[in-house]
Design a protein around this ligand. Structure first.
Ligand SMILES: [Fe+2]
Length: 306
């Protein structure tokens, strides 16, 4: 039985401390203008997310979603270069298998430096983002290794504990009951581990650890590779089951009290729940509020909302 108190870091997964690795991928071949423009020209529209975040003085975030419109790959890159945008290319493992293969080898090298980092499933998104933009405080429901390819990025990683990441909020996010980000407080900044990432470097951080990103210099390109291990699958499944129990007025125990057979049982319970989508999905489709336009000052035009 795990006797760790709720206030201590959760210490889940194979990566116990955030670590910078060198990844050895050919950054100019995979993130130069020519390669990216060609990729964007052939990328399936349904796998591209275009977002822009704005922040108030307390660090609270507002998300605006956009669409690519008629922009060519080269125009899209030009717009990102002068805008405040994040473009996520999902499913890179299917659309760019050559790059995925090289990145998978690099992942294998990194994974071999940890005890028991055995991925049962991996997926990737290529993130192309404007100089100076930021991604808000959040966590991912899987392990992640970020392969940085272009520009300079600063990653802020926070402890995964009840103070920085309440388990109730994690349950809601895993069960997709909410579009809310994790609650964020500027006071968290004193607890952040900060890493400045340059092309050729990859960062691995502990499972579920909250993090945020600031682009420091230039247009930034990174491959975010998420990986599931049996543990991350079981734990994320258990969070889902706990969300279901809570919805029915029950009070599931804290995650730190669940391990071994109890964890396996909760994961098994989550499988049919997910299949039946018992919890539904409260996330409404976010309306598109802008369209990319390389000829506009910020690389985008606001569109009228109906
Ligand atoms: Fe993330």
């Amino acid at each position: 039985m795990n006797t760790r108190s709720m206030d201590e870091p959760r210490q889940l997964g194979a990566v116990r401390n955030s670590t910078v690795h060198s990844h050895g991928l050919d950054v100019s071949a995979y993130s130069g203008d020519a390669a990216l423009a060609a990729l964007l020209d052939r990328y399936p529209a349904e796998l591209i997310d275009v977002n822009q975040y704005s922040y108030d003085a307390a660090g609270q975030v507002t998300l605006m979603a956009g669409e690519r419109g008629q922009s060519s790959g080269a125009e899209l890159l030009e717009a990102i270069g002068k805008g405040r945008m994040w473009i996520n290319l999902r499913g890179i493992e299917d659309v760019w298998p050559e790059f995925w293969e090289a990145a998978s080898d690099a992942f294998g090298d990194i994974a071999s430096t940890y005890e028991d980092m055995r991925a049962v499933k991996r997926a990737g998104q290529l993130i192309i983002s404007s100089p100076g933009t930021r991604v808000p405080y959040h966590f991912d429901a899987s392990g992640v290794v970020l392969f940085h390819m272009r520009g300079i990025k600063r990653m802020f990683v926070y402890p995964s504990d009840e103070a920085h990441q309440p388990e109730r909020a994690m349950e809601g996010i895993v069960a997709r009951r909410t579009t809310e980000e994790l609650p964020y407080d500027l006071a968290f900044e004193q607890d952040a581990a900060v890493f400045e990432l340059h092309p050729g470097e990859a960062l691995a951080w502990p499972l579920y650890a909250p993090h945020r990103v600031e682009n420091v210099d230039g247009l930034c390109v990174s491959l975010s590779m998420d990986y599931q291990t049996w543990e991350s699958r079981a734990r994320t499944g258990a969070l889902y089951t706990h969300a279901f129990l809570r919805e029915r007025g029950l009070k599931p125990p804290s995650m730190h009290k669940v391990s071994g057979a109890g964890l396996a049982l909760r994961w098994l319970a989550s499988l049919p729940l997910r299949r039946m989508r018992v919890l539904g999905n409260n996330i409404v489709k976010i309306p598109r509020q802008f369209v990319v336009d390389a000829s506009a000052q910020n690389g985008m035009r606001l569109t009228a909302l109906d």
